[in-house]
Design a protein around this ligand. Sequence first.
Ligand code: ACO
Length: 321
Amino acid sequence: MYSRIAGTGRCLPERVVTNADLEHVVDTTDEWIRSRTGIERRHIAADGQTTADLAEGAARAAMAAAGVTAADIDFIVVGTTTPDYVFPNVGCIVQDRLGAHGCPAFSVEAACSGFIYALSIADRFIASGGARCALVIGAETLSRMTDWSDRTTCVLFGDGAGAVVLKPAEEPGILSCHLGADGAYRDLLYHPYGVSRQQRPGETAGPYIHMKGNEVFKVAVKTLETIVDETLAANHLERSAIDWLIPHQANIRIIQATARRLDMPLEKVVLTLQDHGNTSAASVPMALDVAVRDGRVQRGQLLLLEAFGGGFTWGSSLIRF
Ligand code: ACO
């Protein structure tokens, strides 16, 4: 038994903040942001709008596309680093709002790789017969943990949610998922406040994302090159077999490096970072949904999804759509 994607969806906050808007917030320019990152605008959640609100919107869109109702859903997993509460987890909130009571519902915290981690878990449940209709969501409100006075990070992030419905199939479907992590890099990208650790005496780092951008950049490029090679090798495929690369949308230069490794022109890469910025766990499912709905991604095509983020964590998935 395999799992296959039966439908996709996304939900973005209405408010759009352009690079020009940010010129009034910090000492930056549209030119710097575009040329260093590829980002032109991002969506930012309204006051009171939460990760669960966006996750619910994406879930409903994916369920409509898949033609399933709440009664069909028997598994919910959400990749997120910005939950509404410590508990109940975002999956439980979405489950309640959808009226899909009783099925397992939980969150996975793997920063930008959260959706790929969640997809991998749901795929294994479906493949083993443990679930028959899974809702897999990546949802974030990173704007809530962004220091809006720090130009090195605030220009990068945005809010949003993407979702897929996974169902069983006799043919793949999801061909393979590959996950990895290395906690030794934790100082390069982190958020210092947690329930258990709290703030240490004398510690000055604020409750925001802290990132040594260019060091993260180098490890991201190297790791993503390795993981796409591994994914192709595990499936005995040549680079030319891939129809679409659907990468985590952190930086156009990181994406270009991965595309070069795959010998792929940028026309075969789904890019949304110009419109969404880096939305962490939401970026890959939102990019997938954009390309499905605009008709670029077609049934039967081979997709390579990949992500890299805080932890460090990383992951990829090869999918026959
Ligand atoms: N506007 C203008 N100047 C800026 C800005 C800004 N917004 N931000 C930084 N600068 C300046 C710096 O101060 C520095 O100035 P200096 O040379 O006088 O010191 C100069 O620009 C260059 O800064 P760098 O940090 O070296 O710039 P770089 O080319 O590395 O780009 C960036 C920075 C965009 C952050 C890049 O390093 C990057 O994308 N890194 C990877 C991010 C990533 O993939 N994160 C993982 C996922 S995120 C997650 O998990 C939550």
